[in-house]
Ligand binder design. Sequence first.
Ligand SMILES: Cc1cc2nc3c(=O)[nH]c(=O)nc-3n(C[C@H](O)[C@H](O)[C@H](O)COP(=O)(O)O)c2cc1C
Length: 392
Amino acid sequence: MVASDVELKNKSRRGMLKVIGGGVIFAAVGAGGYLATRDPSAARQPWLNVGQDEVDPRRKALSYAILAPNPHNRQPWVIELKGDDEIILYCDADRHIPHTDPFDRQITIGLGAFIETLAIAASKDGFRVDVDAFPEGEPMPMLDDRPVANIRLIKDASIKADLLFTPIVHRRSNRAAYSNEKQLPNAAIAALSNSANHGTLVGITNETQKVARLREICVEAMRIEYVTPRTLGESIDLMRIGKSEIIANPDGISLGGPFFETLALIGQLNRDEMRDPSSFAWKTGLDNTLSPLKTGTAYGWLVSEGNSRVDQILVGRDYARFHLKAAELGVSIHPNSQALQEYEEMTEQFSAIHAELGISKPQRVQMFVRMGYGSDVKQSPRWPLASRIRKA
Ligand SMILES: Cc1cc2nc3c(=O)[nH]c(=O)nc-3n(C[C@H](O)[C@H](O)[C@H](O)COP(=O)(O)O)c2cc1C
């Protein structure tokens, strides 16, 4: 193993390309049991022991809430438990993504998804969840140390278990390539279109020409994010490469499993090279990022009436419902947020996607997702619940 590592590093860039195409990686994978031990399964533990051993109904519901979708898997939630029935939700000041989310819009959507997942889980145990969003005012332009929401769990005999409880543990953001043939059935499109119940407008298209036009905007937006050094750099800084890094920091962009472990082992996942547009790693990274975006048969989008903090929370709540419904139906979802981002280089794509979808101010496209059918992917890492609760 060490010998092939050295040998590979000594090859020319062209040589390395051939090596990767030629299957030496796979020889290395088979060379020992080492890679089989590199699965970062400990980072997925919160998915497996969710709801177990929790006596306090708030903690039980929170153990589901931490599985919510959220941008760059930053898991921006910090929780305080107050009295017998209250939860105070805050945004963790260390979890902003300032270059791609300069106004914390996506972070706030993730916090909304957290609240909805909490409410769905609480309903299973007969609790109603009363939410007072931004009780001390809406922080602009960034979230601050004021509460995002005061939340109360109230036992309520009229509450029925939300059917979206079951898919909470099956939901995944799926970045794989999707089938270009398999269409969403009309019944699935109808169910997904009706999945929101907090006032968000949901649109879906599988019309070939429209999908092609939207794809062009998304692919170009992703290319812009990639070739802009500070936005690419933000993603690289959040990469957790291999088992040890993922377990040490179970958030951000996790590159785990035998394939990435092997690339790291042979020196092909070097952060400095990834930032360097003349490197093999940079060019391969661009191809690998763009190619799955060109697959799938449909797009979906969520639109709010305005862009206040409360609007963003409500969209987050509805995005959680939309994604859970997709998980229930076996439809793969991949948010493609680039064209919706608020930085200068993205201005043209931002206008193009809003124009293509016929949305203008004060309405705002808040989520845009690639849809279709892709192969199964594993759960993304999570910090354990205990690490996200702080003393009041
Ligand atoms: C507001 C928001 C924006 C997101 N944007 C993207 C995106 O542009 N690209 C992407 O691959 N995933 C995106 N995601 C998905 C997250 O990366 C994903 O939810 C997170 O990594 C956790 O993984 P999981 O959804 O599989 O639990 C977004 C999620 C949210 C809530």
